[in-house]
Design a protein around this ligand. Structure first.
Ligand SMILES: Nc1ncnc2c1ncn2[C@@H]1O[C@H](COP(=O)(O)OP(=O)(O)OP(=O)(O)O)[C@@H](O)[C@H]1O
Ligand SMILES: [Mg+2]
Length: 261
């Protein structure tokens, strides 16, 4: 049977970052509606993999098709994805006020510019998303004057304005306090419930929303294990992934990793 509805289908791809070949003969498909988490050590290739979704990177060999197509108008494609990552946060123009950070999502740009015009509808959507995420008081605050968590919420708001069907989250709660982490994942669960598909990279097992059903363990550019969350997140698999003894436990539907056998 053909794939139900692949968001991304990577076949036999070779992918470089600069001089480094991160993936060789790599294949992976992720279907719409299958919320997926990707876990693995530093340098495994997780961020590289996520950069294929919105065509920030291309394979040098093999094929990467997005929603069944290999060729895209990049701006059309980027409307389908909401991306939140530390990379994006570091590259954002520091003087951009909160309002513009959110509005820039309509153009997938890192600021708003004079030639970009926004309709009343777009402005209303940006205001609604901002108040849903509790950042409505930051409209005039420059990005560099916001805390990490405030910046992150703005990037999430920015990623949501064009109502993407897929959210690509690369360590989205990095640097957030507990309250902001919990809020972020409550928001993620709400978005999953509203029909969006989430592809999440995280180092923290407890952050994997309960709705996530598929787990991919990535190690040095290869898939170590891929399958249903409960089967993949075992002490044995995590110990092999990180090459240290890891004990995995579950409480209240959330997974936890602690040192030990
Ligand atoms: N701009 C770059 N130029 C050259 N090599 C790079 C570049 N960015 C990443 N790499 C290399 O590519 C490999 C994969 O990096 P990637 O950022 O995808 O890892 P990651 O799994 O996201 O790690 P982390 O958990 O630390 O975020 C690493 O070996 C890294 O050193
Ligand atoms: Mg990374």
């Amino acid at each position: 049977m053909p794939d139900a509805n692949p968001i991304i289908s990577i076949s036999d791809a070779e992918i470089y970052r600069g001089q480094n070949c991160v993936f060789k003969n790599f294949s992976l498909a992720i279907d719409a509606g299958v919320d997926t988490a990707i876990v693995g050590p530093n340098g495994a290739g997780k961020t590289t993999l996520l950069k294929l979704f919105a065509r920030e990177l291309y394979p040098s060999r093999g094929d990467v098709s997005i929603f069944g197509e290999s060729h895209w108008n990049i701006w059309e494609l980027r409307k389908k994805f909401g991306v939140v990552s530390t990379d994006l946060q570091q590259n954002f123009r520091p003087h951009t006020p909160g309002r513009s950070v959110v509005l820039s999502g309509f153009f997938s740009s890192l600021n708003t510019f004079g030639h970009q015009t926004f309709s009343d509808d777009q402005i209303q959507i940006a205001e609604k998303v901002s108040s849903d995420l509790g950042i409505q008081d930051f409209v005039d605050t420059p990005f560099f004057e916001m805390s990490t968590g405030e910046q992150r919420r703005h990037l999430l708001a920015r990623s949501l304005v064009h109502d993407p069907s897929v959210l690509v989250l690369d360590e989205p709660t990095n640097g957030l306090d507990l309250q902001a982490q919990f809020q972020f994942f409550e928001t993620a669960s709400r978005l999953i419930d509203s029909g969006k598909t989430i592809v999440l990279v995280t180092h923290h097992l407890h952050e994997i929303p309960q709705e996530v059903s598929r787990l991919v363990l990535l190690k040095r550019g290869s898939i170590l294990v891929d399958g249903p969350k409960e089967e993949v997140l075992t002490s044995k698999n995590l110990s092999e992934l990180y090459e240290v003894p890891v004990r995995v436990s579950v409480s209240g539907g959330y997974f936890h990793a602690t040192p030990g056998q």
